[in-house]
Design a protein around this ligand. Sequence first.
Ligand code: FES
Length: 125
Amino acid sequence: MPKVHFVSALQDLTVEVAPGTTVLEAAEQCGAQVGHSCGGVCACSTCHVWVRKGLASLSAQEDDEMDRLDQAFDVKPMSRLACQSKIDGEDLEVVITEESLTAYLDENPDTRRKLIAEEKWPVRK
Ligand code: FES
């Protein structure tokens, strides 16, 4: 089974998942902090990630995903929407963008408060 390694400013996690799983589902399985404001229906860009390894093995990008990615910050050739990217048989290395991590913490204020108290996340002014 393919392994997905998630990296962010706050986390470094790896999970093994079945082929056909989306990158967002993999994140949810291991607690990786990937934002998903629309619930994974390609209606936002908060699940924007950079796929540093294994990009070509993911399911093809559809027009809807490309349109949504146009609204994301700091888009790169390795950018994908986690909810639209199905994993094949290859291992992946996925960077959780600051945009996605910030969205996750907006969706999970208790986690953000805890991180602020531990001085692991900056207080917004
Ligand atoms: S969660 Fe909204 S587009 Fe992926």
